[in-house]
Write a protein that binds this ligand. Structure first.
Ligand code: GDP
Ligand code: MG
Length: 365
């Protein structure tokens, strides 16, 4: 019998070229008396790192080693509601003293500071709007975001992508701060946005809920400070963001490209530990020694603490957004992990191509 017939016998109508869900493969394995185990790429990578006695994704040490870290924010919302404008305005309005010119480099993420209750507080913004990047990362088992800023235009109200963004934030269990934008536009109705969003379970504080709503004009730069404050307050109230700065750094690649003169330029978000110039790192299937780090002002950075995005120079090639990065003992370990990841990826591509042939020609003996 062909595989297709075996499947039919199992009550599954399939064609010889279609790919099957994991459960069906498991069923097929049982029928054929094969032990089929489905291993996700994330599990496989965890095993690879464990073989080097490395654990990715956990802060090492005890509670005492943990220090508060700034929230990492992603801006989401319907098209044309002002996500890009908001990111630009926040970037431009936040000229930390002594840093003339403000943020000039687009490195995929930036950090700003704001004063809340007389204390200077930092916030990290992922500098690409939209939930696509957000979901692409999540699909790979990576979560960079702590808080979602939902931008809703006050002259347009809740739209399909507003609802989608809410779904994604909820699925990721990320608290939402609502930025009701374009309040400068004639006919803007911020109260209507509040009323609409109650239907999605987002109830403003003034209506007895626990969601912060801030009316802003990204275009005119109005109320941006209040928005930043609300982000900090939401972080304090809903999250207890801490990380151990004392360990070897781990985090995620946010974006990367090849610069003709300087080679691989990878923006990474440090999630735990401290990244230092000179560290041996592996990032996806790229590896190398950190030759230099640049911040969003184009300035050199020697050490990057948790929630800090930095552009890293010195990798052998260009990692992908969502790849994890970690500091390892030495260059040799970095190279070995990178090479094994690359080999695994190549194998997966080949297996994909080969599987079709195998299925089509497979005969039950
Ligand atoms: P995105 O698609 O969500 O990234 O939206 P954009 O940031 O590209 O903004 C869409 C349009 O709305 C642009 O023409 C912006 O200049 C404009 N816009 C954004 N924020 C405001 C605002 O607060 N007031 C007004 N009047 N226009 C805005
Ligand atoms: Mg945009």
């Amino acid at each position: 019998a062909s595989l297709v017939q075996v499947m039919m016998h199992l009550g599954e109508m399939v064609t010889a070229t279609q790919s099957l869900p994991d459960e069906t493969l498991q069923l097929l394995g049982e029928e054929l008396k094969y032990n089929v185990s489905v291993v996700s790429p994330e599990d496989e990578d965890r095993e690879l790192l464990e073989s080097f006695s490395i654990e990715f994704g956990e802060d090492s040490g005890t509670d005492e080693d943990l220090r508060p870290r700034p929230p990492v924010v992603t801006v989401m919302g319907h098209v044309d509601h002002g996500k890009t404008k908001l990111l630009d305005t926040v970037r431009n309005s936040n000229v930390v003293s002594g840093e003339a010119g403000g943020i000039t480099q687009h490195i995929g993420a930036y950090q700003v500071s704001t004063t809340v209750d007389g204390e200077e507080r930092k916030i990290t913004f992922i500098d690409t709007p939209g939930h696509e990047a957000f979901t692409a990362m999540r699909a790979r088992g990576a979560q960079a975001t702590d808080i979602a800023v939902l931008v809703v235009a006050a002259d347009d109200g809740v739209k399909p992508q507003t609802a989608e963004a809410i779904d994604h934030a909820k699925a990721a269990e990320v608290p939402i701060v609502v930025a009701v934008n374009k309040i400068d536009v004639e006919g803007a109705d911020p109260q209507r946005v509040r009323a609409q969003l109650t239907e999605y379970g987002l109830v403003a504080e003034e209506y007895g809920g626990d969601v912060q709503f801030v009316d802003i004009s990204a275009l005119r730069g109005e109320n941006i400070d209040a928005l930043l404050e609300s982000i900090v307050l939401t972080s304090d109230a809903a999250l207890d963001l801490r990380a151990n700065p004392g360990m070897e750094a781990q985090g995620l690649a946010i974006e990367a490209y090849l610069d003709r003169g300087r080679g691989s330029m990878a923006t990474v978000l440090v999630q735990r530990g401290t990244l230092n110039v000179g560290d041996s790192i592996v990032c996806g299937d790229a590896y190398g020694r950190v030759r230099a780090m640049l911040d969003e002002h184009g300035e050199n950075v020697e050490h990057a603490e948790p929630s800090r995005p930095v552009q890293v120079l010195g990798l052998t090639n260009v990692p992908s957004a969502g790849d994890n990065f970690l500091v390892v003992k030495d260059d040799r370990v970095a190279r070995q992990i990178a090479n094994q990841r690359e080999a695994r990826e190549r194998f997966a591509q080949q297996a994909k191509a080969a599987r079709r042939v195998t299925m089509e020609n497979w005969q039950k003996t």
